[in-house]
Design a protein around this ligand. Structure first.
Ligand code: C2O
Ligand code: CU
Length: 467
């Protein structure tokens, strides 16, 4: 019979109580889906793609394309070896699909309409069902009209934990993205800027962190957090830094790298992830601001572009604690045996056709005219990707991790890597299992849609390549 005002601690109103715990403030906390399966080794969920009114900018609502009504979509969190079952329903007015970026899924679960499944039409359904083979930080997004649909809010985080990882503190998911909104908070047309938009790649004017503008993260001085950062933007490169702090990079796409490294900033190209151990070093009560810094990715990408504030890191007024030590050696990564492996060359290109239209492609061929390349299951190949265009391109391969062949880099498993202007990146990839048709493309989604994409047919041993 207590009056409502008498509940809780008299000296601490509920809001203060929330503000005194670590982690994201409420509005930036990822949505967690209901697990329909009581088995601890199965995550079974329902996920509906639908238009929803979301509050991206405080005080305005934006009709967005969403997974489950939120931007980003729900955080799918499981442990390595678990089975993920997603009952997917499309309530959008457009066809869509779900591609599981970076995951080694069976080919028919890869979510590429026209190659691995039919598009999920409006009103249609599809069940994604596969085992999570690898620990790491992943994400999901559509693979049809992807520049438009990702740009309208269709992306979500997927974290696969490895229970044998050292305890590096609370895990914080940081989904980076940007949206192009007009003054009324509505999305500008997906093809805004015409050909120039295609060439540069469309960067949104509003930077979002977990779907919010400038959210606040609470930390405790000395107490490490493990940040799983995802670049889900359709085109924007992120260099991120926090004044007065260094960051410890643990790895990225597929979990830990071989060694941890202390860095002043971290670069994430579109599609890429970073696994970071963050050590709050400011005084209790202080607030720092995480910043976006322009990355040099070609013409016009850095000139006159100021840093942009992304989120606040507020140090709680608690006493500093003794920081946990991050191991230097994190994992053993055996180099892929490339002895005798054939080398395949991929040259990224942008050119103008006879009618004056911008065209993009690989080895002079836009995707719509390209024939698939081939690999035989069990084969190892070396891919050499070159870029003579005026822009950098984030290279992404579906279905398999690769190792970048560069002694200056700390070994790690990757699925997305930058190919800088005038650059050449060589990578080793082993097609050990899961035959089928797999895509590779630039993850500036405007470029992929303009033709900078290819497909690879991984064939069963003994199968003959089609002409
Ligand atoms: Cu994020 Cu074809 O991929
Ligand atoms: Cu590109």
């Amino acid at each position: 019979m207590a009056a409502s005002g008498a509940s809780g601690s008299p000296s601490m109103p509920p809001d203060t109580a929330t503000a005194l715990s670590e982690g994201w403030e409420q509005r930036a906390t990822p949505t967690i889906p209901v697990d329909l399966d009581p088995d601890p080794n199965v995550l079974e969920i329902e996920l509906e793609a639908r238009v929803a009114e979301v509050e991206l900018v405080a005080g305005t609502t934006t009709p967005a394309y969403t997974y489950g009504g939120s931007v980003p979509g729900p955080l799918l969190k499981a442990k390595v070896g678990d089975r993920l079952i997603v009952h997917f329903k499309n309530s959008l007015p457009d066809s869509t699909s779900i591609h599981w970026h970076g995951l080694r899924v069976p080919n028919d679960m890869d979510g590429v309409p026209g190659f691995t499944q039919d598009p999920v039409e409006p009103g249609g359904e599809f069940v994604y069902d596969f085992v999570l083979n690898d620990a790491g930080t992943f994400w999901y997004h559509p693979h049809i009209q992807s520049a438009a649909q990702v740009g309208w809010g269709m992306y979500g985080p997927l974290v696969v934990e490895d229970p044998s990882d050292p305890d590096l503190g609370e895990e914080i998911v940081v989904v980076l993205s940007d949206v192009s909104l007009d003054d009324a908070g509505q999305f500008v047309p997906a093809d805004v800027g015409g050909e120039f938009g295609d060439l540069f790649g469309r960067e949104g004017n509003v930077l979002l962190v977990n779907g919010q503008v400038m959210p606040r993260l609470h930390v405790q001085a000395g107490k490490r957090q493990r940040w799983r950062v995802i670049n889900a933007a359709r085109s924007r490169y992120y260099t991120v830094m926090l004044p007065n702090h260094t960051l410890t990079r643990l790895g990225g796409d597929a979990g830990f790298a071989e060694r941890s490294s202390e860095v002043d900033s971290v670069v994430l190209v579109p599609g890429e992830r970073a696994d970071i151990s963050f050590l709050p070093s400011s005084e209790p009560g202080a607030t720092d601001v995480m910043q976006w810094i322009a990355t040099d990715r070609g013409l016009g990408s850095t000139f006159n572009r100021p840093n942009v504030d992304m989120f606040e890191v507020a140090t709680l007024p608690h006493a500093r604690v003794e920081p946990a030590v991050v191991p230097h050696q994190l994992r053993e990564i055996a180099p892929i045996d490339t002895e005798g492996a054939p080398v395949f060359a991929f040259d990224l290109g942008m050119w103008t056709d006879e009618d004056g239209n911008a065209v993009m492609g690989i080895n002079g061929i836009p995707f719509q005219d390209a024939a698939p390349i081939h690999a035989t299951m069990g084969e190892t190949q070396i891919w050499r990707v070159t870029n003579e265009t005026d822009f950098a391109h984030p290279w992404h391969l579906h279905g398999y991790f690769f190792q970048v062949l560069d002694d200056a880099r700390i070994p790690e498993w990757k699925d997305t890597v930058d190919i800088p202007v005038g650059g050449e990146v060589r990578m080793a990839v082993h097609f050990g299992d899961r035959p089928g048709m797999w895509m590779y493309h630039c993850h500036i989604l405007d470029h992929a849609e303009a033709g900078m994409m290819g497909h690879l047919h991984v064939m069963e041993e003994g199968a003959a390549a089609e002409p």
